[in-house]
Design a protein around this ligand. Structure first.
Ligand SMILES: [Zn+2]
Length: 366
């Protein structure tokens, strides 16, 4: 999720209209104070989990007929029996009108959600972040940084992706879980053995991102959107440029329309996802986020290979390396995710989703 390319396009459009500075695409690392889990909070299950009467694996189910909560169920987490993500921890949750306990001994069982609508995210972002006056970012000092689906920067679970692979290049210093490192090593091996890859490589652009970094991008967009909305409320748009800005504001207040996610944990914040592209021997991109590159971003090398063919080649190799893809983004791959969370595809089945729209608004489960 989170398509930086599409975001760049929207930012560029804004810059063209309003003269605002272009958003820097790389965020400098900064020290972030850890904010412990504060109950209650909302989360979305990544996998089906049994709902029990007590915080124990032996406890009876809350309902004999509905023993489990399905993957992608939204839950309200009320309390935890221990530290989330540590052995033996259970979380007390409310979901579908029932209250009970689910396992939360692994941080990858659910994703923390901070808000998921225009109104709730306006309120969340205003409470948590301060809008920048000259770019579309925000500074957020009140983000909950400990909880399901997020690893703190510097977590021992995050490893540096080695730059020693033969066919897999890495953009800058990238970090991810061991699962991802093993997957990329396998990818390197798969490409090495496949002659159709001759002349091409994979570039790993972006893997782990901290929750603060994600929220600052998402809330930056949301707060700009509301700022523009408010401005236009007092002075209704008359020129075409102003009308276009009004149109963009409606996209910015709703991050999924802009190719971002609603503020919260995602598989980048858990260290299990990477955005990758196919590159040719001149380092030109052969794939990107959306099918036609939306007319922006680095030019792809359509002379030697078209984006569709390169994307299929990548899907095939990634599938052999154990990764699944977001069905609406051709560059976002994840490892270790269950099949039932929705909006994912693997290998040749990804071709059913061609051309990817690069916006989670096209995906029902988001
Ligand atoms: Zn991604």
């Amino acid at each position: 999720m989170i398509s930086r390319a599409r975001f760049a396009k929207l930012t560029f459009t804004f810059a063209t209209l309003g003269g605002a500075a272009l958003l820097a695409q790389t965020t400098p690392e900064r020290e972030v104070e850890a904010s412990p889990t504060s109950f209650p909070f909302e989360a979305r299950l990544v996998t089906a989990l049994e709902l029990r009467q007590q915080p124990s694996r032996d406890a009876a189910p809350v309902s004999e007929h509905h023993r489990s909560l399905a993957a992608a169920t939204n839950v309200k987490v009320l309390a935890a029996s221990g530290t989330i993500g540590t052995s033996g921890a259970f979380c007390k949750v409310e979901a579908n009108g029932r209250t009970g306990w689910i396992r939360c001994d692994d941080t990858n069982l659910m994703l923390t959600k901070f808000c998921d609508s225009i109104d709730s995210c306006k309120s969340y972002c205003e409470k948590t972040c301060t809008k920048h006056s000259n770019d579309m970012k925000s500074t957020c000092t009140r983000v909950m940084t400990e909880g399901p689906g997020m690893l703190p920067p510097g977590s021992p679970a995050l490893k540096t992706i080695p730059r020693s692979m033969k066919h897999v290049s890495v953009s800058g210093a990238q970090h991810a879980t061991q699962l991802v490192l093993d997957g990329l090593a396998k990818l390197d091996d798969v490409i090495d053995k496949d002659p159709s890859w001759r002349g091409y490589k994979v570039l790993v652009k972006d893997c782990y991102r901290s929750i603060v970094e994600e929220v600052e991008t998402e809330c930056g967009l949301v707060l700009w959107g509301h700022h523009v909305r408010d401005k236009l409320k007092n002075n209704p748009p008359t020129t075409d440029a102003e009308k276009h800005q009004a149109h963009l504001a409606e996209i910015w207040v709703s991050p999924p329309k802009a190719g971002l996610a609603w503020p919260g944990a995602d598989f980048h914040t858990s260290g299990n996802a990477c955005d990758v592209v196919v590159i040719d021997h001149e380092q030109k991109w052969a794939t990107s986020c959306a099918a036609d590159n939306n007319g922006y971003g680095p030019p792809h090398t359509s002379k030697a290979i078209d984006v569709h063919a390169a994307s299929k080649m990548l899907d095939d190799a990634m599938s052999k390396a154990g990764a699944k893809r977001l069905d609406y983004e051709m560059w976002h791959y994840e490892w270790g995710m269950p099949a039932d969370i929705g909006c994912r595809c693997q290998g040749s089945e990804c071709d059913k989703h061609w051309p990817p729209q690069c916006s989670s608004a096209s995906c029902g489960a988001h």
